[in-house]
Design a protein around this ligand. Structure first.
Ligand SMILES: [Zn+2]
Length: 198
């Protein structure tokens, strides 16, 4: 069934959001249609605000409304370590587990030859420049432990080989609180390969 033009337009636009089908989009549209007070103008303003004010930090490429971002200018962080992540959302996860520890570098993707994404399509060149400029002593590569993440980690370690910098990779293995019986063989192998002394 088709609704009046403006309603149909909103449904169409909401359907473009990830995970939103026509049914949910219709439900949301009618929720908005029936909402009271300033909610709709507040919502549209906040959407425009995000579009206008959010940019990438020129140092670490994190999303920010000030440049450099608050993490890059935080004097309490270790100035000699950079944690490399795929996306800003990944950075938030690492940061929430280790608040206030590291500086970051957001690649905005990983190398994926099948999809035609090469080293120049992610921020690896900028990482290399930063390590020299900021005299970084350690780079923690926290890309996902899948084929693309591992390829990217390997590429970064090759690129940085000639520099005087320690390169580390996050460990992958059995999750905290996990049960060895339910873990896949690749993860078991990885956790044995990455075993450490007690
Ligand atoms: Zn930054």
């Amino acid at each position: 069934m088709y609704y009046p033009g403006p309603i149909e337009r909103l449904i169409e636009n909401l359907t473009k959001l990830p995970g939103i089908g026509r049914k949910t989009a219709t439900r949301l549209t009618f929720f908005l249609l029936n909402s009271k007070g300033f909610y709709i103008s507040e919502l549209s303003e906040s959407l425009l605000d995000v579009k206008e004010k959010i940019k990438l930090c020129s140092v670490c490429f994190n999303i920010t409304d000030v440049d450099p971002c608050v993490i890059c200018t935080d004097p309490r962080r270790d100035r000699s370590i950079i944690c490399v992540v795929e996306e800003s959302s990944h950075m938030m996860v690492v940061e929430s587990a280790n608040p206030g520890h590291y500086k970051y570098h957001i690649l905005h993707g990983v190398i994926n030859p099948i999809e035609g994404i090469g080293p120049d399509d992610v921020r690896i060149k900028e990482l290399h420049e930063r390590i020299i400029r900021e005299e970084i002593k350690e780079v923690i590569i926290a890309t996902n432990p899948n084929i693309e993440g591992n390829t990217t980690a390997h590429y970064i370690s090759e690129i940085l080989k000639s520099l005087d910098v320690r390169i580390t990779r996050i460990a992958s293995g059995i999750p905290v609180g996990g049960d060895i019986v339910y873990i896949d063989p690749l993860t078991i192998k990885s956790s044995i390969d990455n075993r450490k002394n007690l």
